[in-house]
Design a protein around this ligand. Structure first.
Ligand SMILES: [Zn+2]
Length: 69
């Protein structure tokens, strides 16, 4: 079942303050997951990226970490 999470939940505006949701769609280095992995529609993927960037600017969620070996 690959359906857009936000369409399914009838979410129009993705709240940048809802970090719990945003972090569902970032990987363990805090990168935004690509659409292939999020399963989102194009419009929600765009909104998601915007909200994540906004949340980062406000330091609600971390920026991408450098990978340390
Ligand atoms: Zn959608």
């Amino acid at each position: 079942m690959k359906q857009c999470y936000f369409c399914q939940h009838e979410v129009d505006v993705i709240d940048y303050k809802n970090t719990e949701i945003l972090q569902k769609f970032t990987d363990n280095t805090h990168k935004i997951k690509p659409r292939k992995r999020t399963g989102l529609c194009a419009s929600h993927q765009r909104k998601l990226a915007k909200s994540i960037k906004r949340a980062r600017q406000l330091a609600l969620i971390p920026y991408q970490e450098n990978v340390r070996i």
